[in-house]
Every structure is written in C-alpha cells, then in structure tokens.
Design a protein around this ligand. Sequence first.
Ligand code: ADP
Ligand code: MG
Ligand code: MG
Ligand code: MG
Ligand code: MG
Ligand code: MG
Length: 771
Amino acid sequence: MGLLSLGTPLDWHEAKQYNEHVRDNGITQLINIFKQHSKTRLNDKFYWGDEVEYMLVDINDDSKTARLSIDKDYILDDLNDPEKPESYNKAIENDVSFHPEYGRFMIEATPLKPYNGDFICDYIYVEKNMIKRRKISESELPSNIKPLTLTSFPRMGCEIFTSPNAKPIGPASQSLFLPDEIINRHARFPTLTANIRKRRGHKVAINLPIYPDVNTKLLDDSIPKNRDYFNSDLEPWIGASKPGFVYMDSMGFGMGSSCLQITVQAKDISQARYLYDSLAPLTPIMLSLSAAAPIFKGFLVDQDVRWNVISGAVDDRTFIERDEEPYPGYDFFGGLDVEEEVKDHMNNLGGGKGINGDRIINEFGDTNLKINKLTKPIQKIPKSRYESIDNYLSDEHYKFNDKKSYFNEIYNDIYSPINEKIYNRLIESKLFDPILAKHFAHLFIRDPLVIFNERINQDNELSNDHFENIQSTNWQTLRFKPPALYPDGENLSEKPGWRVEFRPMEIQLTDFENAAYSNFITLVSKAILKYNPNYYIPISKIDNNMKIAHKVDSVLKDKFWFKNPKLWNLKNSDFIGYDLTWFDRFINQGNDELINDKVYLNGYFEDPLNIEVEEETPDVGNSDENESKLTVNEIINGNNIFPGLIKMIIKLIATDLIPDTLKDNNHCNLNELAGDLLTLQQYLKLISYRASGKIPTIANWLRNQVLQSPLYNQDSKVSDELNYELIKKSQIISDLDFNHPELLESYFGKSLASFLKSRQAPTINGISNGH
Ligand code: ADP
Ligand code: MG
Ligand code: MG
Ligand code: MG
Ligand code: MG
Ligand code: MG
C-alpha cells in the first residue's frame, strides 16, 4: 500500500458519537481474525523486520546552523508514487519501503519484504538494506539536507529550529513552542494532535528535570509569559509547568522523536504469547542500553531517554482519569460527554477522589446512565496510551520442548482497568481465554483518536481498520500483532501471521549500530524460542525498571529487577565457551574448514573448545526469591555463574545458524561466511561493550560532547551554535567519516572503530538507480 489512506478525519467533538461504534466493530473484527487464524496457522516461518525513523536536517556550514527541514516531505510521496518511476522504482528495486511519520521533517523506512532469519547472511543483509534506505533518501534530497537518525533534535521547540522558519501559533497543537508546520500534512496527523488535546481538555504537559551544572538556573526561561492567542497559553502558569523542569506542551516533542522497532513472527499464537512475555522484562534493559536522548528543547536534561517524553506527549487522559486535581477554572472531564448535572455533582465531590477501584461511576448509582449515554464508563487510568505493557499474555498453551508453563497470574500484578463489555464479548466468543481477553479489553478502554468519515461503516469480515484504530494507538513497549483478515480462498501462509513488536529502543546514529540492535533483538527472540528461559517477574517490577532506565547512565550505575538466574531454567555449563572470543577461534579455523560439511556433522560446533566445565558457585541471592537485582552488564554478558543473553545468541549461531547455512548453500554465499561471522561478532561486541561500559551509550557521548565544548557555558543550555556542532559531529559518526578518527574512537572505542575503518564497505555497489 502507498501512503495513508486519505479521507476526512473528524474533529473530536464530531467523532466521539462513533467511539462505541468503532470499539464494537473493532472487537467484531478481532473475533473474526481469531476465527480465521488462531487455530489454522500453526507453523509460520520466522520472519522479521525493522523500522528506522529519520529526521531531515538542513545543515548550513556558512551560517553554522542545523535546522529541521519541514519542506522536503515531497520525497515520501515521490518514493511511493508508481507514476514517479525514477523515485518509486529506486525504492522497490532496492527492497526498501518509505513511510510517513508524525513529523513533516521525518521519514520512516523499512525493508520492503520481511527478512528471513534462518541463515547467517540474513543478519548481514539488514545493514546493507539500511544503508540503501539512507542512500536513496539522500539521493532524493538537496545536498544540504541529511537524513539523520537522531532520537531527539536538541533544539526542537527553541526560537528558530525549522527550515524554513515557522512560528508557533498553530491551532492544532496550540503549542507555545512548536509550530503546526512541523506536523505531517496528511490530515490524520494534525487531527490526531488536536483530538488528543480536545479529549484531554487541556494541552499535554511534559516536565523533564534540568541537568544541574555549576551555572545552571533551575528554571525553564523559555516559556512565554504574555502570550494571548489561546486560552491554553496560561496553562504553564496555573499548574502545567513545574519549577526546575523543562516544560513541553505538544505532541511533537514526543512523536517527533525517533526510535528503532523490531517485529518478529512466531510460528503460532501460543509461541507468540510466550515470546511476548519473555521479551517484556528486556524492554527497560534495552531502553537503558540504547539511551540516546539527553537534550530537549535546548536543555541538557537529567535523564537519558525519550520514553517519558513521548508517553506524556500523547497522553489524552482527562484529569479525572489521571486522578489529578484540575487546573483552576478547568473541570475534571475534559472532552468527555458528561451531562452538566452529573458534572456538577462530581465536581462537587472532587471528581470522586479517594475512590479506589476502576469505575468511578459506581459511586453514583443512577447517574451512571447519564454519564454513559454515548460512551463507556469513566475510569481511573494509571497509564498513558504510550507506556509499558500492563499484562503478560501467559505461556500456558506453549508446550515447545515439553516445557511446563512458567506463567503465574501473580505476575500480572498491576492495576490495569478493562472495558468490561469488551471482555465479556471476547469470553463469550470462546476464542479467548481470560488472560488474552483481558489484554484486549485493556487496550479497548481507550477512545479512538481519529475517525475518518468515509471509514465509519466497514465490512467486518474483511476489514480490520476499526480494530487497528484502537490497537495501533496503544503505543506500548511491546505490541502483540494479530494477522489481518483475508477473503476466503487466500493462501494465508503467505500473509503476515502472529507477530510481536519490540518498541522501547532509541534510534542509533549509524546503520551499523541499528543493524546491531535489530539483530540482537531478533537473535535473542530466536534464542528464547530455542532455549526457553523463564524470565517472568511481576509487571510492577518491569515498570519500576522503566523508571530506572530513564536515569543518567543507568546502564552502568543502576541495577534492574530481573528473574533470579537460578530460576531461568538454563544451565550455565551449557553455554560456557560461547563468548565473543568464540568467533575468533572459529574464524581462525579457516574458511575451508568452515564450509566442509563434516565439520558440523562431527559435532565440532557443539563443543568448540573442549573447555572443562567449571564447578558452579551459585551466589545470586536467595534461591527462594523470585527476583534479584542485576546490572545490565550481567544480564547481557553473564558471568561465571549464569549465561547472559549474548552467550545464548552465540550458541544459537554456532549450533543452528552456521550448520543450517552450510546445509542450504543456495541461500548464502559461503565464501563470505567468515567475513559475515566477523561482522556478526562486531554487532554483538557493540552491545556487549555498551553493557559493560567499555564504550559509551549515545546519551553519555552526547552529554560529554556538550560538557566538553568551548561553546558550553556550564548552564545546561545548548545554544544554536552548539546544536550545529552536535549535529555536525553526529553526521560524521553517521557517515563513518574516518577523516575524524578521534571522534569515531570516542564513540565506538578503538576496537570497533578499527573494524569499521578497515572493513570492506558493505558490498552494496551503490544503489540500483531505478531504470
Ligand atoms: P508498524 O508501523 O505497524 O509497526 P510497519 O509496516 O511500519 O508496521 O513495520 C513492520 C515491520 O514488520 C517491517 O519491518 C516489516 O518488514 C516487518 N514485517 C512485515 N511482515 C512481517 C512478517 N510476516 N513477520 C515479521 N515481520 C514482518
Ligand atoms: Mg511503521
Ligand atoms: Mg514509526
Ligand atoms: Mg538472505
Ligand atoms: Mg512499528
Ligand atoms: Mg503503522
């Protein structure tokens, strides 16, 4: 499909009469999806894919400025328009696909088709594909505009930060800082922005702690005091902004940041549920390990990641749903349909404050009906739509390798409101067990944010739009993606099946790193499905870890709740020898031996070293305890008592991927196998070194670039000139421009820098030019 299907998006106040209609039909569509797929798709292939988001940055070396380019969004239309074959074919022939994103200065790109995952070269192809995406978008842009993979643009929301310049006076966001011109022109996006604000009843408000330095005034002095365009202009002064914090008031601060997402396909729904659950405890760990966002709105902030920014930026909950006192003069209910009489009653009662439990309306007996004439009950909702997951899906139906169920209902320990009507329908359909029904019934507490007039009535046997309307505006750390609906007679095995999307990670500056993180998550997923570890801990502990992952240098300075390694159900002795040096020993055997079938048949791969198994000296806390606190380094690299994730991956490479690659020698070029393995080793090295602190996270590196710059005044401010300097450095890193060897070494460390310098540039021979 090309770009977004266009239509007329309805304003919140018009749209809300259809909210229940969208939910009702969306759930009918979901039930139909389960009818079509849950029992029939039992052996889908392991496919996977990544999504990379770019910012188009206008870099002017004469004026020493770097600005977000907001007038080059035509490239997305060109690259998706078959009638512009010069652009369109370039994308198709190079196996890449470009998608719109929230910002007009943004693009998203993915592979055109999902990747395979059975063989070594599948994991090498990713970076080549990413390089092509960047090259193709560059070829469509003027030479001063660069597609950079920055998580947050340092001076977004400062006085002049766009090219061309635009003023923050837009009716969609009403932002004091961000012009509406930064929002994607497709009608969906300004409507989304406005509807979040209208439902909530006030602007979103994000407050980040300012990084304290010797000359720092703990004050966001960028908030205009006397602006009088919108009533909302006063909000920062009546409760929305907090002293000592950087204040942001618009969806663009979050949805205008970039991230890296990975989707993997499981063989069936039960496997997908176990994979989802097993990846859940890794979400905060990977957020910490990919940290890349220490600067917002021209301030160094006292945190390292974008997550809470984007969470706040799309938070459409009213005061009553957040269980907060309204600003003076505002009511509890925002844009919800509540009759005046009921409003008065509840406002007098302080919005039902102090009531525990989910359904505030219970307090009000008959008046419920009035509140809920058009909509569902008003509930207290602890989390934004963009947040960590609320529930595990349970592994109870997953019996791979005779594994017993690890899941226990006590792990779903947080208060997670559900839409009861939806829950009951799912249970009545008999296609959902209570845990899965609860998962979807939780997603369906939300209202649709954008409804297209032309799409109100749909064929629920063929369309999943209403379901996706709710599903895809629940932006959680993981997304459980069901298949779509297809007409009878289609070959379903060719269509996407049950997938899990991993969503917490920040985007990295180079394709090398993005390929490394993508491969890491994919290989961890495969390793989880092979070795079946038990990583369940209570969801509340994962939420706690999400907070920790925001902290400055959490990767090195903090410990995270994790399953007690004694309960992982993995034997350390099974993984000894499979560390990063395994590749060196293996590759040194020589290419000839590598491609000699006998090698793997003789079990060479099973025991590469003949290492003596060390006596286990377990000391990981009390084995009665379900959880322990581990460093990211321990989780990733393991220690001499328990295997880390990397060892699981390397054993998988050694015992599955290499043998399978050798067996099916049509797929990969075996002459390139040793080189491919060396590259895979470097990907894992990057992750391993970041986890152990041998090399910095991007957040750490960027913060240091600011702190050490002569342009910095120790006041936590990032000036326009300093912004330019940071962007130039980011561009050097992104281009792997070895005219600046010291900068590259400060970022990658000596070992990886020397690999990147000396390696053959990935053999893509340029991009196919579309003829
Ligand atoms: P969304 O934005 O909804 O997450 P995208 O289409 O942008 O979806 O990206 C989805 C990712 O999933 C892409 O990398 C794509 O290659 C990948 N993908 C597509 N089909 C499959 C599949 N059957 N199994 C696994 N991954 C898939
Ligand atoms: Mg996408
Ligand atoms: Mg995206
Ligand atoms: Mg391949
Ligand atoms: Mg995605
Ligand atoms: Mg999408």
